[in-house]
Design a protein around this ligand. Structure first.
Ligand code: ZN
Length: 304
């Protein structure tokens, strides 16, 4: 699973309006580490290559559990493009409308976890989730689908795109729902920040071909402008754990077979089950519409 956070693109968007509020002590410390690192001999680590991205049958570029449009990929590899300034693709007015796929819904278990995660976000931010109107155009809402009924992962488009989609496998726990909703709201993976090499030591020989471990597309750094203005967040629900490829059910994960370690002390990064304080602060910085579109309510489940 992933971690959300701060991509340079949207950082620029809220930097000017939230500059003072974001410059707390941890941010200042982060900026100092970043500045000092520019003079250190830190290995660059892997950087995503466009050639490594597969395209699915619907035309999305697949980066692990993230589905990107061609425009989004173009922006990644051409961060000076004017489009990068709007690249975060925030849902307008803090409102995410959704529908459940009529013939391929997630299991009851996965749906309840999704709705619990939605309620949690509504309680902590101004973001609201509402069932889309019956005749809403496909470009306006998030389609929620079922995935592999026997697996526990998920996938999602990133931000609001013309055919936003979220898929949850049959055994997806609430952590997976939180992570995928993070993508839906616009976050990419924290561990794929362009400055992640300052904080991680990579062991890519441990990409073993297992699910999520067949290539570097969901591990490598994104080639975007290196401006974050937010502290690197090891605790974000958008950050993968070290044991991604060698620690599933049954364990067996060691430092030696981890996909990456903390650079500072060579320790493993565990699973982040819940949103971090940084995740919530980030959501509130980006979705800072003054008045939320209504009070928190229980999401509508048309199947229930
Ligand atoms: Zn992810």
């Amino acid at each position: 699973m992933k971690k959300l956070l701060f991509l340079p693109i949207f950082s620029l968007m809220f930097w000017t309006c939230s500059q003072e509020s974001l410059l707390d002590d941890s941010t200042k410390e982060y900026l100092e580490v970043q500045a000092a690192s520019e003079h250190a001999s830190t290995p660059s680590g892997p950087i995503l290559s466009r050639e490594s991205l597969e395209i699915d049958k619907d035309g999305f570029y697949v980066m692990g559990d993230m589905l990107l449009t061609e425009d989004q990929v173009n922006e990644l590899f051409n961060p000076t493009d004017a489009a990068s300034s709007t690249g975060f693709r925030r849902w307008p007015n803090c409102l995410v409308t959704y529908k459940i796929h009529p013939t391929n819904p997630p299991t009851n278990f996965a749906r309840q976890n999704l709705f619990a995660a939605m309620r949690q976000i509504e309680g902590l931010t101004n973001i609201r989730f509402r069932y889309a109107a019956r005749f809403a155009p496909r470009s306006s809402y998030l389609e929620v689908r079922g995935g592999d009924p026997n697996d526990g992962g998920g996938s999602a488009t990133v931000g609001k795109v013309s055919s936003s989609r979220l898929s949850l496998d049959g055994n997806a726990i609430i952590t997976v729902a939180r992570h995928e909703l993070g993508h839906v709201l616009g976050f990419k993976h924290e561990h794929q920040r362009s400055d992640a090499n300052l904080f991680l030591t990579y062991q890519l020989g441990n990409l073993n071909g297992a699910q999520n471990c067949s290539n570097m597309s969901n591990v490598a750094r994104l080639p975007s402008v290196n401006v974050h203005h937010t502290p690197y967040d090891f605790n974000s629900v958008m950050h993968y754990w070290s044991c991604l490829c060698n620690g599933g059910i049954g364990g067996g994960c060691t430092n030696a077979n981890s996909i990456f370690l903390r650079r500072a002390d060579n320790t493993r990064i565990g699973v982040n089950f819940d949103f971090s304080d940084g995740d919530i602060a980030s959501l509130n910085a980006i979705y800072n519409c003054g008045t939320p579109p209504g009070n928190p309510t229980d999401p509508i489940d048309p199947i229930r």
